[in-house]
Write a protein that binds this ligand. Structure first.
Ligand SMILES: [Zn+2]
Length: 320
């Protein structure tokens, strides 16, 4: 079975315009077949017993079975798995081609797509469009969480109103909207990747937890010397370079942190009109885009892949 699924087609990059994309994914079967390729790149794995052999069966109770991709039936435990089971598309009532179109629109608008816009383009209700975007952002967040920054990583914290280093008057650590940001810096000074994560406080324990998840072992940490970061560097056993905000070159040293912070604010204000109730989700969308900023039109494939591999939104929904 695995043989049929494994294919070089899996690594294809969809660099197509909207008309080509819609023609290619015009019906459920085309979308399902593409999801199969993305989900089981190395062949089918049963979600229940991890067996790797399956037969394809058609869900006989479904009237449109001939227009759908078959289910996978595990040859060991006989669990039937649909291609959407256990993904963000799990039990969705929205046709997959609308989902694919949503992913295309999100990937191709770097300012981010508002739910009102998506609702109009897909001809779905506002709450439906809103939930779709929420699920797509969750897929982005899962991908972001798998990536660890390495090498030289500058870390700072800011409020969605501005970066804290330098002003020193924003009552650091007391605001519930504090965000910790990290940027890995390449030789030559250009940024490679970033992460952003909301924290409830700036205690060493909280920030160490964030950094241990977001940074690779053996990084060199560069900060403005705030005591929390010194404690984190000790916790993580990594080298710590301090450039104090009062240093003459602080603005130049942390210029990418300043740039990302200011661009994030424009992103949130422009698309979401400052409605930042779901701040972490917007941060994840911004980070996902930034970390794939060289993907160009290949971003749609990356995002489809992220959606195909992400877990359902609700922890209590189980694959069927
Ligand atoms: Zn099984």
């Amino acid at each position: 079975m695995g043989q049929n699924i494994r294919s070089s087609v899996l690594r294809e990059v969809l660099r197509v315009n909207l008309a080509e994309f819609m023609a290619r994914f015009a019906d459920e079967k085309a979308c399902e077949e593409h999801l199969i390729k993305l989900r089981w790149k190395d062949g089918f794995v049963c979600p229940k017993c991890s067996h790797t052999s399956a037969t394809l069966v058609h869900a006989k109770h479904r009237r449109d079975a001939d227009k759908r991709a078959p289910l996978f039936e595990c040859t060991r435990c006989h669990r039937q798995t649909s291609v959407t089971a256990g993904t963000i598309f799990h039990k969705t009532k929205i046709p997959l081609n609308k989902w694919f179109l949503a992913v295309y629109l999100v990937a191709n608008d770097k300012r981010g797509v508002a739910a009102t816009t998506l609702s109009r383009h897909l001809d779905v209700s506002y709450p439906t469009a809103w939930l779709m975007l929420k699920k797509i952002r969750k897929a982005m967040a899962e991908r972001n969480a798998r990536y660890k920054l390495g090498g030289l990583v500058q870390v700072d914290d800011f409020y969605l109103g501005g970066v804290s280093h330098g002003d020193g008057k924003s009552g650091r650590g007391t605001d519930q909207d504090t965000v910790v940001i990290g940027v890995s810096i390449q030789r030559g000074g250009a940024p490679a990747h970033c992460f952003m994560e909301r924290v409830d406080d700036m205690s060493a324990q909280t920030v160490s937890d964030v950094l241990s998840r977001r940074l690779a072992p053996g990084v060199t940490l560069e900060t403005d010397g705030y005591p929390t970061y010194a404690a984190c560097a000790k916790d993580l056993n990594v080298t710590h370079i301090v450039t104090k905000s009062s240093d003459d070159d602080a603005h130049e040293v942390f210029r990418w942190i300043d740039t990302l912070t200011s661009n994030l604010k424009k992103f949130i204000d422009g698309t979401y009109h400052g409605r930042v109730v779901y701040k972490q989700a917007y941060l994840e969308e911004y980070v996902f885009r930034f970390n794939r900023r060289t993907a160009g039109s290949g971003l749609v494939n990356r995002l489809l892949n992220a959606c195909a591999l992400a877990k359902p939104l609700y922890a209590n929904s189980t694959p069927a």
